[in-house]
Design a protein around this ligand. Structure first.
Ligand SMILES: [Zn+2]
Length: 238
């Protein structure tokens, strides 16, 4: 039997750090009237269908911030490589921390700070596969610890329904942006939805998360379709 106490990760059993001042050598920004930094941290969600370049943008974001002397952590869950790294379909890769149900993102940052490692931001790739609790933790990192959180992920699953974490990000994020790189359906229209394909047919029932890629490597693959052809289950000629 699990009790409420059992559910608390051991890393949170320690006294929490006091606040953003514990970030080693962190930037000390000008303070606003409420005592918070005038440059407020933010939770930003970037979303789009498969193949639209989310992971590429995540790594570019990490690069841009690190170029300016900021320090961050990169996290992912169920990357297509199935390893603790962010990989992109155009060949970029970066080591990353694998997010599990028991991982607490606040504790991750606190532990880094306790080890003298500065963390100014988190890059959270494949964020739609995180839990709703993880999204709450992202918001707390922004609001209480002045850590920027940039989340990247799908909005909807193969049934065209929101992932729970994506829904929470839409509800809580300071900004939400659809990634502007277009992915085309076979018909030439803009691709919007991810179809799950098994045995050559569009599947409409099953687990919300099943590993697959947009290249045909196994029993299940995914294909980006326009809404018209997702609704029709039409995978196009060939
Ligand atoms: Zn189409």
């Amino acid at each position: 039997m699990t009790t409420a106490d059992d559910a608390v990760p051991t890393c949170l059993a320690r006294p929490p750090l006091a606040g953003p001042g514990d970030n080693p050598a962190g930037c000390v920004a000008a303070r606003g009237v409420d005592g918070r930094p005038a440059h407020a941290a933010a939770l930003r969600f970037y979303w789009g269908p498969m193949d639209c370049g989310k992971s590429t943008m995540a790594l570019q974001m990490n690069y841009n911030h690190s170029r300016q002397g900021r320090r961050g952590l990169v996290t992912t869950r169920i990357d297509r490589s199935l390893g603790p790294q962010v990989t992109t379909r155009i060949g970029l890769a970066h080591e990353a921390i694998e997010v599990t149900d028991s991982l607490d993102l606040r504790a991750l940052v606190h532990d880094a700070w306790a080890d003298g490692v500065r963390v100014d931001y988190l890059i959270c790739d494949e964020a739609s596969f995180y839990s709703v609790e993880h999204v709450e933790q992202m918001a707390e990192l922004v609001d209480s610890y002045d850590v920027d959180v940039y989340a990247f992920g799908l909005a909807t699953d193969f049934r065209s329904c929101l992932f729970p974490a994506a829904q929470r990000l839409f509800e809580l994020a300071d900004s939400v942006a659809r990634i502007q790189v277009e992915v085309l359906c076979w018909c030439g229209r803009e691709g919007l939805l991810n179809a799950r394909v098994a045995g050559g047919r569009v599947v409409r029932e099953g687990e919300q998360v099943v590993i697959g890629d947009t290249v045909d490597t196994g029993e299940v693959r995914y294909q980006v379709l326009c809404r018209r052809h997702h609704r029709a289950g039409d995978l196009g000629p060939g």
